[in-house]
Each structure stands twice: as structure tokens, then as C-alpha cells.
Design a protein around this ligand. Sequence first.
Ligand SMILES: [Zn+2]
Length: 247
Amino acid sequence: MIDFHCHLDLYPNARQLIDEVAARNRFTLVVTTSPRAWLKTSKVFAGYDRIKVALGLHPEIAAQKSSELDLLISCVSRAGFIGEVGLDGSAQHRHSRKLQESIFKAVLMECEQCGGKILSVHSRNAAGWVLDYIQQYCRDNIPVLHWFSGTIKETRRAVAMGCWFSIGPAMLRGAKGKRILEELPREKVLPETDGPFARNGSLPYMPWEATTIVKHLAVAWNMTDANADEQLNLNLMKLLSSTGLSI
Ligand SMILES: [Zn+2]
């Protein structure tokens, strides 16, 4: 299976989990919440070819981590993947709106400067706002909208702009997520868990449990589970090859 957005470093037993994730998953994108975490996590996960660590600064902690902006920008050129970055328009994070914008804009511009990067993008309660930035600052960048929860109109706008989408079991539990899925081109969809933040009851989703979305995709795409799974693998290969990466 693929997990294109998880916080593997934030599971309580992360170090013990690495080998199991490496064995069970074809590809895992570990997104980080700060550049310091990226530096540390990259060392811990070095040597696992199919686990990639993305450089991020989570918009929810923009205020606490704004002093790491220079570090973030200076690390972009040597990061294969960027995430988690983006904007959060939830009431409790509105106070950092300006700061979130300046960080997101700076990272998008630096990625463009480096020839374009694959970015795992957070857009909770900020879909239109994020799309405005993507429209302005993504020419060679490839944004993958993680757990997108905008309106149908915003979903269509994101699709028209060529965005990718990573979707997980938690997103597909609700009617809204299922409805969004109907709008997405199947060749732009990747699986994610967003674990350990996304939970299945009292337990966090594990990075190999993104597989549970396959049955939903098979129904939405009118194909067998095996073909839906194969489509996801093809999508990943296409995305990685577009920036010269492979696994
Ligand atoms: Zn996340």
C-alpha cells in the first residue's frame, strides 16, 4: 500500500514501527511539522528507500515555529518532498493568518525557484484561500491536496487547476468526502492515512491502513478492487516520474 501523508514520527512507538511500515508499504510519505523535525526525522529514517520524509511547517503551529522559517527555506533545495505546509482557516488558528500566508508563500516561491517540488498541502477551512496561493505560485510545483474538504465548487476549481489529492479512510467515512471523491479524476488520487492524527475509533490509523479506501474507490470508479489498487500505483509512479523521482 501507499500512504502519501502520515506523521510516522509522531506515533509513540515510531522507531519500532519503521520496519513494519517499510515491509508493508510500497511507499510512505512522512510529513513533518517543522524543519527541525525534518532534520531529525530524516536521520532516523535514512536508509529506508521507500519511506520519504517531507520538509514541512504545519500551519497550525505557524505562530510557535515562525522562527524556523529561514531554516525551512534554506532546506527546500535538498528536500525531495515538501509537507506539511498550507493554510488553516479554523477559528483557533485565525490569529496567525498573516504569518501562515507569509510562510506558505515563501515556501511555494522557494520550491518554484528550485524547479518545482511535490508538496503535501493542508487546507482545512481554507480551501479557496489555498487555491488562490496555488494559482499564483505553482507553475512547476505539484500540489497534492491532503484531506481536501472544500465545497464542490472549490473541488472543481482545484481539479481544473491540475491539483492532486490524497484521501484517506477518515475522509471517506463521511458523505462529504465521498461526494468530493466523485469529482476527482482517478489519475490524480493517492491514498493517505494522516495517522496518528486521523483515528479509527480510539486507535490511530496505521500507515498501512490506507488500503481500506480501495473498496470505496473501486465502487466510485466502477472497477475491481485489484484494478483500483493498480490505478493508485500507476498514479504514484506518474507523480514521482514527473519530477525525476522513482522508487
Ligand atoms: Zn497531516
